[in-house]
Design a binder for this molecule. Structure first.
Ligand code: ZN
Length: 246
């Protein structure tokens, strides 16, 4: 979503300059496509024509706890005006509304949350494959071994093999030493032939977002810097005192 944002410092309004703003929009009109006059950029620049504006450049991809495909959601990204870094909040309440932007004086803090095995999906996959070892009695030992091993994984050292539905979720391939440890945990309950089949099962489903990959979920918070409570009027007055406008 890169591009540039124009920030009116006096109104604290933000316009995202995308190529789309300059392209004509089209609409169906009595079974004909017609061009709609809709130059959002021109409209914004016109209504803030005498105001002091600055350019903001996005620095990070938008982050949200909602799926990428969810059109109505709030997301956050960091942007800079060249000297300072801000958080930009972007949202809309209806699918056909334009996006609204708000500047937040702060930063996005990403933290490693949890790492989990896809235990339910593994059970279903084992049942679907009717593997000889997947008797009612033995499956729980295998699942427990995976669960215990994945719990010990350090989120910092995982290899992401696929992105999840939201920017906070990713699938991570289990490394070979981790697979070895899972099988070691299974040694007391499975014979060598079964262990070979378990290894084969793990290897077949340990790619991309396969059932054997671990699911890492991050968390994010918006850390606000101390708010001084400056009103747009105060900003306007301060700016005009140093930068007189016509
Ligand atoms: Zn303005």
């Amino acid at each position: 979503m890169m591009g540039t944002l124009i920030h009116c410092l006096e109104c604290n309004a933000i316009m995202h300059m995308t190529e789309w703003d300059l392209l004509p929009h089209y609409a169906w009109d009595e079974e004909e496509i017609r061009e709609v006059e809709q130059d959002d950029r021109k409209a914004f620049l016109h209504s803030h024509r005498d105001h002091i504006k600055e350019k903001l450049t996005p620095l990070t991809p938008p982050i949200s706890d909602k799926p990428y495909t969810e059109p109505v959601k709030t997301c956050y990204f960091e942007a800079t005006n060249g000297t300072k870094r801000f958080v930009i909040k972007k949202w809309r309440t209806k699918i056909d509304d334009p996006f609204t932007y708000e500047i937040i004086d702060g930063s996005i803090e990403l933290t490693n949350g949890t790492v989990q095995a896809q235990t339910e999906a593994i059970k279903k996959q084992l049942q679907a494959e009717h593997a000889p070892f997947s008797t009612e009695k033995k499956i729980p030992f295998f699942i427990q071994a995976i669960h215990e091993e994945v719990e010990t994984l350090d989120p910092e050292n995982l290899e992401v093999s696929a992105e999840g539905k939201t920017p906070l979720v990713s699938y991570c391939q289990l490394r070979s030493n981790c697979v070895d440890r899972i099988l070691t945990r299974c040694q007391d309950n499975f014979n060598q032939h079964e262990l070979n089949m378990l290894r084969d099962f793990i290897n077949r489903h340990n790619e991309y977002d396969g059932v054997m990959t671990a699911v890492a979920t991050k968390k994010f918070t918006i850390k606000r810097r101390d708010q001084q409570g400056i009103s747009p009027h105060a900003v306007r007055a301060a700016l005009r005192s140093v930068m007189p406008l016509p």
